[in-house]
Design a protein around this ligand. Structure first.
Ligand SMILES: [Zn+2]
Length: 499
C-alpha cells in the first residue's frame, strides 16, 4: 500500500516519494521558548509525532529535526518583565516544553538544535545572500529583498502586487518592498547580540529554520511541518531565502500543515482570553484522552478543544481502556477443560483482525487520516467486546489464542497512534491508575495500599488466620482487584468490579 500526502505547495494529495529510498528527513518548527505551550501548538507536535510514528511503522528510517527558537523579541520582553536574563527564560521554558512533551508521550526528535547555537551558519547564509544580491544591509539590519526571488508567494498563493496593495500605513521607509523581511537585526543595548559584518545583532526568526534544516537535512529534504499559521510569512520566507541561497529547488519536497484549535467553537486567541495550556489540560485529563481528541479530527481540519469535546474524548478513552482490561481479565481465566476446539465464528474473527490492520493502514495512507483510523480501532473494540460477551457462556480451546491475537492487534494499532505507549501504565499490567489523578502530592498511590494489604494477608496466612486472609481477598475482588495465589507468591491485577 502506498502513502499519499497533501502538499500545501501543490494544494493536492501526492504520492509520497522520499528523496532517498527508505528514508524520510523531516523538520518541524519548534517552539519559541518564552511561555508554557498551549494546546494550539501542542496539537502540531502531536500530529507530527503520529506522522513520524506512522512513517516508522511503514518501514521508513526517519530523521526528525525540531528546533528551539531561543532568541526572539518575545523572550527578551518576558525577561525584562520578570527581571531575568533572556537565557534564563529560554532555558526554563525549554525544560517546561520537554516536560509537557514527555507527559503527552511525544517521542523526542532525533535532533533539537537551538537557534543560539547555530548563529555561524546563519551568518554564512546571510553573507551569501548579500553577495548574490538577494539581500541588503541598512543601519546594521539585513533584509531579504522579496522582489529578487521569482517564486515569492508560491507556497501561500499570494502575489507580491497584492501584498503591496494591502500594505499598512506604518511602512519602514528603509525597506525596498514592504514585504522585505529581516535576516539580521541590529541589537539594542542590553539585548543578546553576536558579532557580524554588519555590527552587533541577532538573527531574524525565519533564517533560523532555514539554517538549521539545511544544515542537518540538506537541500530538498522530505517533509517540513508546522501549523497553518506558519505558511505565511514564515515558511514562504524560508523557501525564498533557502532556494535563493542554494541556487536550486525545491527546498522541501512536501509541506504539511495542521489546522487551528478552537475552544467551544471560538478561535483560541490571546485577545479572547481563552488560551489553554497543555499542562493545565493534563491536570484534568489523561494524556491518551487528549491525544485521542487531537487525532479524532483530520490534522488539516480545525478542531475543538472545549470541555465538552475533552469529556467526550475521555469517555472514548475509557471504552478503549475497558476493552483492554476485559481482554486481560479473560486471558487470566483458567483455560476450559472440555470445550469445542474452535468455532466457525472464531475462524472468521481471527481472519478479520488482518482485515482491521489493512483498513487501518489504508486510512493512514490517505494523508494520515487518523479520524478514519480511530473509527476502525473502535470497530475492533466493539467486535472484541461482543466476542468476550459470547465467551461468558462457554469457552473454546482456541479462545485464549483468539483473544490474545485480538489484543495484540488492538495494541498494535493504538501504538501507531501513540496510545497506550509501551512503558506507560496500560490496562491490566498489574497496575492501577489513580482515578482523576488528582490525589495530593504525598498520598500513597493505590498500588502501595494494595501491596500493604497483601503483606497483611501473607502474615494472616502464616499465622493460619485463613478467615482474615480470605476476607481481604474477597473485599479486594469487590473493588475490582483480583488476587491470585501463585507458587511464587501473590499476584494482583485490576480486572474491574464483578458484574
Ligand atoms: Zn520555522
Amino acid at each position: 500500500m502506498s502513502l499519499t500526502v497533501y502538499n500545501t505547495m501543490s494544494r493536492r494529495k501526492e504520492a509520497f516519494v522520499p528523496r532517498e529510498e527508505g528514508k524520510v528527513f523531516m523538520y518541524v518548527c519548534g517552539p519559541t521558548v518564552y511561555n508554557y505551550i498551549h494546546v494550539g501548538n501542542g496539537r502540531a507536535y502531536l500530529v507530527f509525532d503520529v506522522i513520524r510514528r506512522y512513517l516508522s511503522f511503514k518501514g521508513y528510517e526517519v530523521l526528525y529535526v525540531q528546533n528551539f527558537t531561543d532568541v526572539d523579541d518575545k523572550i527578551i520582553n518576558r525577561a525584562r518583565e520578570e527581571g531575568k536574563t533572556p537565557e534564563e527564560i529560554a532555558r526554563y521554558y525549554e525544560e517546561a516544553f520537554l516536560e509537557d512533551m514527555r507527559a503527552l508521550d511525544v517521542i523526542p526528535p532525533d535532533i533539537t538544535p537551538r537557534a543560539t547555537e547555530t548563529i555561524p551558519r546563519m551568518l554564512d547564509m546571510i553573507q551569501a545572500l548579500v553577495d548574490k544580491g538577494y539581500a541588503y544591509a541598512v543601519d546594521g539590519d539585513v533584509y531579504f529583498r522579496v522582489e529578487s526571488f521569482d517564486g515569492y508567494g508560491k507556497l501561500s498563493g499570494r502575489a507580491l502586487e497584492e501584498m503591496r496593495a494591502g500594505e499598512r500605513v506604518e511602512v519602514d521607509e528603509r525597506k525596498k518592498h514592504p514585504m522585505d523581511f529581516a535576516l539580521w537585526k541590529a541589537s539594542k543595548p542590553g539585548e543578546p547580540s553576536w558579532e557580524s559584518p554588519w555590527g552587533k545583532g541577532r538573527p531574524g526568526w525565519h533564517i533560523e529554520c532555514s539554517a538549521m534544516s539545511l544544515h542537518f537535512l540538506g537541500m530538498g529534504f522530505d517533509i517540513h511541518g508546522g501549523g497553518q499559521d506558519l505558511v505565511f510569512p514564515h515558511h514562504e520566507n524560508e523557501i525564498a531565502q533557502s532556494e535563493a541561497y542554494a541556487g536550486t529547488q525545491p527546498f522541501v519536497r512536501y509541506w504539511l500543515h495542521n489546522g487551528f484549535v478552537n475552544i467551544q467553537e471560538e478561535k483560541m486567541s490571546k485577545s479572547l482570553g481563552n488560551i489553554i495550556l497543555v499542562r493545565d489540560i493534563l491536570k484534568k485529563y489523561p494524556a491518551d484522552a487528549v491525544r485521542l481528541l487531537a487525532l479524532q479530527t483530520h490534522y488539516r481540519s480545525p478542531i475543538d478543544f472545549g470541555p465538552d469535546a475533552l469529556d467526550e474524548a475521555r469517555r472514548a478513552h475509557e471504552r478503549l481502556e475497558n476493552c483492554l482490561f476485559a481482554l486481560d481479565a479473560f486471558l487470566a481465566k483458567p483455560p476450559a477443560r472440555t470445550a469445542p476446539q474452535r468455532t466457525q465464528r472464531e475462524v472468521e474473527l481471527s481472519d478479520s483482525f488482518f482485515d482491521f490492520e489493512r483498513r487501518f493502514e489504508e486510512a493512514m495512507d490517505d494523508d494520515f487520516n487518523t479520524a478514519r483510523a480511530i473509527g476502525i480501532v473502535f470497530e475492533l473494540v466493539k467486535e472484541l467486546n461482543t466476542y468476550l460477551g459470547e465467551q461468558e457462556a462457554y469457552q473454546t480451546l482456541a479462545a485464549p489464542m483468539v483473544t490474545s491475537h485480538g489484543r495484540d492487534t488492538l495494541l498494535k494499532l493504538c501504538n501507531v497512534l501513540g496510545l497506550f505507549s509501551p512503558g506507560r501504565e496500560t490496562a491490566g499490567d498489574g497496575e492501577v491508575k489513580a482515578e482523576g489523578a488528582e490525589s495530593g502530592g504525598d498520598m500513597p498511590g493505590p498500588e502501595e495500599l494494595i501491596e500493604l494489604l497483601l503483606e497483611v494477608r501473607t502474615l494472616a496466612r502464616n499465622n493460619k488466620q485463613f478467615e482474615t486472609a480470605d476476607l481481604i481477598r474477597a473485599r479486594l475482588r469487590e473493588l475490582g482487584i483480583r488476587v491470585d495465589d501463585l507458587r511464587e507468591g501473590q499476584r494482583w491485577k485490576y480486572v474491574g468490579p464483578p458484574e
